[in-house]
Design a protein around this ligand. Structure first.
Ligand code: GCB
Length: 620
């Protein structure tokens, strides 16, 4: 957790809040069934920016002095001109009347994501604080509720780019990930710092004693699936229960609130992109005949492992085809946009991709459910983008704590999704910030490399402790220290030979890429995935012979890279950057504030490269 000294470098002088998730530690997706109920608070909320940070003292959690309406979920940036580049504190407020049938149950408030830090009031009382912009948090609010009048929910969202955060903000006045003039707003990464209540806010009614968490691990024995589960409850449950999957049942005996069981599924259908079969697992707490709580979860039976230089799904080698993506669309920004996601999954199928990476932050829970249903393989990444290790030890320590805490939440949320086949701990960590002109001295550089090695060792160990069933990777930048990859199960690299380096010289670019892949394979003998390669491409711009920024050049570039990979049977995957054009910061390298490396435009029209990839990946 952040200490006051560093936090004070930001605008506010309050330390980063300790994340509180209550009543248990589980983050099960909200569900309505015979024992549980829900109210989705999506809709129009009152909104007011608070650049002076005066709202709390003036009790804005009761009443906003000059509110305007804002949709939840949504980013605030593309709605109001004065909010477009606003990075600071903003208030959201809504009212809700609770159904009388909810009396006697625990009521939990669950926020899908608030970017970056949030503080929540219910009827004037602070109920929780949270930081980390892309993951849910929950808090029990039963005590704060009123039953004879409307309840006021107020949430502050604050998105200041502070250096101790993950992703870190740039040093004051800094930014400039593109290695050119600093972008605006200043970030350490190449996407727009959208902010707001980005996912739904729910009220959930659950029984006093209830299922708080379920952890499912699947293995395969011959043709049988083995489903091991752990159930955790809140309320010190010491009774019995049942776990059911199709017509297979196991008894659960709870001690100190938890129980375990193993279910054997004879002749199971194993989850894969070809047959993404999901079984419904239902857990109930039943003392005698009375059901006191129940929760259902769709699970896939599959294994994922690394053997030598191969990634094995259900014991068979797989090669990833697909993209790095963003959660980005006009007007909604990074707000939950289910029409966009449904279209994206349609296009992934159309183009023949089997995978993507959640670059550079966790995507919505509904999107992970869709990946399960559609058999898409996901490299699940936390927002550790823009890290550098030449900063002070204090900053590195604070970012480590933040990275670990976000990982705990991500794994709690996504551990049961068969589609998540790998955790990614960081994208392109650097030895020094890209906007630092003076190179580091040799000893300084060595010190930064060692700081990074220790950092990643801690994160790797933590992830492995939380979930020993999935490979863990780090996505490295060109020229980055090789030793940072050593600890990880899969080598993921982003490469832009033919774009940022060797622009226009695709023959040379292909040679350099080929040489580097061979060296990496020689050095590590582990699976290698190129997780980014691509060119900015203005739709409708053409040239013969192919020149940079044209659709022809994008096709030729991708063709060279895919050819180099095809000649190397050890390659475990190729993910193009990017799926679609996306909004980033203003700067001389980004026309119109856009990154144009999409093979689809921002409104999802195909560039020539999309047709080319479809041919490569589907044979059509
Ligand atoms: C990268 C980053 C990605 C950028 C991309 C680019 O290496 O991982 O966030 O958007 O390059 O287009 O420069």
């Amino acid at each position: 957790m952040a200490g006051t000294s560093v936090a004070a470098q930001g605008r506010s002088d309050s330390p980063q809040p300790r994340n509180s998730t209550s009543p248990g530690q589980g983050l099960l997706y909200p569900q309505r069934n015979e024992t549980r109920d829900l109210i989705d608070l999506s809709g129009l909320w009152q909104f007011q920016m608070d650049p002076q940070g005066e709202g709390e003292a003036q009790r804005w959690f009761r009443k906003l002095p000059a509110p305007r309406m804002i949709p939840v979920p949504c980013s605030w940036n593309d709605l109001f001109d004065d909010a477009h580049t606003y990075l600071g504190l903003a208030w959201y407020r809504t009212e809700v009347w609770l159904p009388s049938g909810w009396r006697g149950r625990r009521v939990i408030l669950r926020v899908g994501s608030a970017t970056y830090a949030a503080k929540v009031w219910v009827n004037g009382t602070v109920v929780t604080e949270h930081h980390g912009g892309n993951l849910p948090f929950a808090v029990e609010i039963t005590e704060q509720l009123a039953w004879d009048r409307t309840n006021v929910v107020a949430i502050t969202v604050e998105n200041e780019p502070r250096p101790e955060r993950v992703p870190p903000g740039p040093p004051p006045g800094g930014g400039g990930v593109l290695g050119v003039a600093a972008g605006f707003p200043g970030t350490t990464y190449d996407f727009f710092p959208y902010a707001g209540l980005h996912r739904q806010v729910w009220l959930c009614a659950v029984p006093t004693v209830h299922i708080d968490d379920i952890t499912v691990v699947t293995t395969i024995e011959g043709g049988d699936g083995i489903v091991s589960l752990k159930v955790a409850t809140v309320g010190g449950y010491a009774g019995t229960g049942k776990a059911r999957l199709d017509d297979i049942e196991a008894d659960l005996g709870f001690r100190a609130g938890t129980a375990e069981a193993i279910l054997r599924v004879p002749g199971a259908r194993f989850w894969s992109p070809r047959d993404p079969h999901l079984y419904t697992l239902t857990v109930t707490l039943t003392d005698g005949v009375q059901i006191s709580d129940t929760y259902s979860l769709d699970i896939g039976i599959r294994t994922i492992a690394v053997r030598g230089d191969q990634i094995l799904l259900n014991g068979q080698p797989i090669k990833l085809t697909g993209f790095g993506k963003h959660e980005d669309f006009a007007l909604t920004g990074r707000g939950l946009n289910l029409p966009m996601w449904i279209r994206d999954y349609e296009l992934l199928r159309w183009i023949g991709a089997n995978s993507y990476r959640t670059s550079h932050y966790p995507y919505p829970e509904e999107v992970m459910q869709l990946a399960d249903q559609r058999g898409v393989l996901v490299i699940n990444e936390i927002p550790a983008v823009g890290l550098n290790f030449a900063d002070t030890e204090d900053l590195t320590r604070l970012r480590l704590a933040e990275t670990r805490s976000q990982f705990r939440e991500l794994i709690a949320r996504d551990k049961n999704h068969p589609s998540t086949i790998m955790w990614c701990v960081a994208n392109e960590p650097l030895v020094r910030p890209p906007d630092k002109d003076a190179p580091l001295s040799q000893p300084q550089e060595q010190k930064a490399i060692e700081a990074g090695t220790r950092f990643f060792q801690h994160v790797y160990d933590e992830v492995n402790r939380l979930d020993g069933t999935r490979p863990v990777t780090l996505v490295g930048v060109g020229g980055g220290p090789r030793e940072w990859h050593e600890r990880f199960d899969v080598i993921c690299i982003n490469r832009y030979y033919g774009w940022y380096a060797l622009g226009g010289r695709l023959d040379q670019a292909a040679q350099v890429l080929a040489r580097e892949l061979d060296e990496l394979h020689q050095a590590f003998g582990k699976p290698i995935i190129v997780t980014e390669f691509g060119t900015d491409t203005l739709p409708g711009t053409h040239s013969l012979p192919p020149e940079m920024w044209t659709e022809e050049y994008q096709v030729e570039f991708l063709r060279r890279y895919l050819d180099v990979a095809a000649q190397r049977p050890f390659m475990a995957g190729m993910q193009v950057w990017a799926f679609a054009d996306f909004r980033t910061v203003q700067g001389v390298g980004r026309a119109g504030g856009m990154n144009f490396k999409g093979v689809f435009t921002r409104d999802r029209r195909p560039k020539m490269a999309a047709h080319f990839l479809r041919k490569q990946w589907t044979g059509m």
